[in-house]
Design a protein around this ligand. Structure first.
Ligand code: HEM
Length: 143
């Protein structure tokens, strides 16, 4: 069992909880913006942790990015590739949310776009969360 993988998963659970809380405060712009932006930063830092965790205790295995690239070419239709795809889409949605959300705050424009983007984000971020548990389960359970 790799304890770093468990830490990364625990952070993932905290971020999903934070996102749900931030969503519940969506009518209060100042607090909503702070929570959602913090979740984005923590999610990005967690990607670095996942990269380190994938290398194993002595750094003997390839990192997550290298494993992802290999899997992409070796086995295009796989759970890992689905996980990578929804994770990348959710990061793109974060960036759109920050840009459109800041404009919405400044000018009051873009509410419809922010809402549509939120829908794609919620679906892909939840899919990323569920598949992250599925792909890391063998490492957590030691099987
Ligand atoms: C990435 C995750 C995010 C999701 C899922 C999300 C979702 C939402 C939703 C559903 C609303 C309500 C829209 C409506 O009134 O119909 C909202 C409002 C808003 N969001 Fe976000 N948001 C996210 C991130 C952000 C970020 C990063 C910012 C800015 C930095 C932001 C700024 C705003 C603002 C200014 C409002 C309007 C608040 C008000 O009514 O006064 N959002 N957001």
């Amino acid at each position: 069992m790799s304890s770093l993988v468990v830490v990364a998963l625990a952070i993932n659970v905290l971020v999903v909880g934070g996102l749900a809380y931030g969503l519940s405060r969506r009518r209060e712009a100042a607090i909503h913006m702070k929570i959602m932006t913090t979740c984005f930063v923590v999610d990005l830092l967690n990607v670095i942790l996942v990269e380190v965790a994938a290398r194993g205790p002595g750094g003997e295995s390839p990192g997550a990015v290298e494993q992802g690239l290999k899997s992409f070419w070796n086995d295009p239709v796989s759970l890992l590739n689905f996980h990578i795809a929804v994770s990348v889409i959710s990061i793109v949605c974060y960036i759109i949310a920050i840009r459109v959300g800041r404009r919405l705050f400044r000018t009051g424009e873009g509410r419809g776009l922010h809402r549509k983007n939120a829908l794609v984000f919620i679906v892909t971020r939840l899919a990323s969360f569920v598949t992250s548990i599925m792909v890391s389960w063998p490492k957590i359970s030691g099987s």
